[in-house]
Design a protein around this ligand. Structure first.
Ligand code: TRP
Length: 339
């Protein structure tokens, strides 16, 4: 997809993350670093999806702090309120309104077939409707802004297909209103594995490195990372091809150093601890500017509030416009029977 379309208008991008506190390395490598890079070429809207988060049944006492911490992470890594709209989903009630309206055209069978629904619903004895309807709210997030494209990971592909289905169905039933939003999947990154080397990096598995961690905190995490499981003693030859620590070097360590590490690992002349030290130092250096920016926001959280309030106000201008159009098309404008 090229950035501006033939009319010169920038394409609109929407994406969001659930607030589970400070962002981590997996969020950064898989999503945030791309989002930052897109801000000059696209008309970007970055959301914190707190209404999705409540379907996971977290502690309500922790949610406000988690939203603030994710907002600070967004700003710290370089999402820029001068270039993009940054806001919290629940500040724009049109998301849930549009989701309700989309309920009218979405077959339950389609929702039940979603892989994420099948996985998540295993965990419940009585499945909350919000788990089933999750993709409808996601479709509403995206279509409320008529987004042209959504940068997401592979795991969200099915939700994007659902979004396109909803748009198509709506357009057929009520007239051309919504675009068929494209997913922008970063093929080059792949799955960022957690430090346990077993599962995708995820906060709930405690196998991550927070993006605002300082050098000691990064080391405390990297030190525990699983390496080539066949390598037991320091002078055993290792296989960087199966080592998760080595795979993280790819993002943080220059090519010559990496080549040197690879050779010495295979020869058994560099130990895992030394290899991890290099990685840890490089990650801490890469995160340094994030920590500096975050410190300002931690000292003045009211700045974050201003940014998010302003973002919500700007988002609502677009949201109201779309909702007005949708209400008209669906016949939810009873006053038109009078005048
Ligand atoms: N479901 C997404 C996730 O878990 C979060 C999300 C909600 C989202 N609404 C969105 C992502 C809209 C992109 C666009 O990662």
């Amino acid at each position: 997809m090229t950035s501006p379309d033939s009319s010169g208008r920038k394409k609109r991008i929407f994406s969001g993350m659930q607030p589970s506190g400070e962002a981590h390395l997996g969020n950064y490598l898989g999503a945030l670093r791309r989002w930052v890079a897109m801000q000059d070429d696209y008309d970007c809207i970055w959301c914190i999806v707190d209404q999705h988060a409540i379907t996971a049944g977290g502690d309500p006492g922790e949610l406000p702090r988690n939203v603030l911490d994710l907002a600070i992470s967004y700003l710290a890594v370089g999402l820029d309120p001068q270039k993009a709209i940054i806001f919290v989903q629940s500040d724009v009630p049109e998301h849930t309104e549009l989701a309700w309206l989309f309920n009218a055209i979405t077959p339950v069978g389609d929702l039940e077939r979603m892989t994420q629904f099948k996985d998540k619903s295993q965990r419940f004895e009585s499945i909350p409707a919000g788990i089933l309807n999750y993709p409808i709210l996601q479709a509403a997030d995206i279509l409320l802004y008529k987004a042209d494209a959504v940068p997401v990971g592979e795991d969200q592909k099915q939700h994007l297909e659902m979004t396109r289905d909803v748009a198509r169905k709506f357009n057929v039933a009520y007239g051309e209103t919504f675009p068929e939003t494209e997913p922008l999947i970063a093929e080059d990154v792949g799955r960022i594995m957690g430090l346990d080397g077993e599962a995708k990096m995820s906060k709930s598995l405690d196998n991550t490195i927070p993006v605002l961690a300082d050098a000691d905190a990064v080391w405390a995490k990297v030190r525990t990372a699983v390496t080539d499981p066949q390598r037991v003693r320091r002078d055993d030859p290792g296989d960087p091809g199966v080592c998760n620590v080595y795979s993280l070097h790819k993002f943080f360590t220059d090519i010559e150093t990496r080549a040197d590490i690879e050779t010495r690992c295979r020869a058994g002349t560099i130990g895992c601890v030394d290899c991890k030290r290099i990685l840890s130092d490089n990650i801490a250096d890469a995160f340094e500017p994030f920590r500096e920016r975050a410190a300002e926001f931690h000292a003045k959280p009211e700045l974050v509030r201003e940014i998010l309030d302003d973002g919500a106000a700007r988002a609502r201008v677009i949201a109201r416009q779309t909702i007005g159009e949708v209400r008209d098309r669906m016949g939810l404008d009873w006053r038109s029977a009078i005048s």
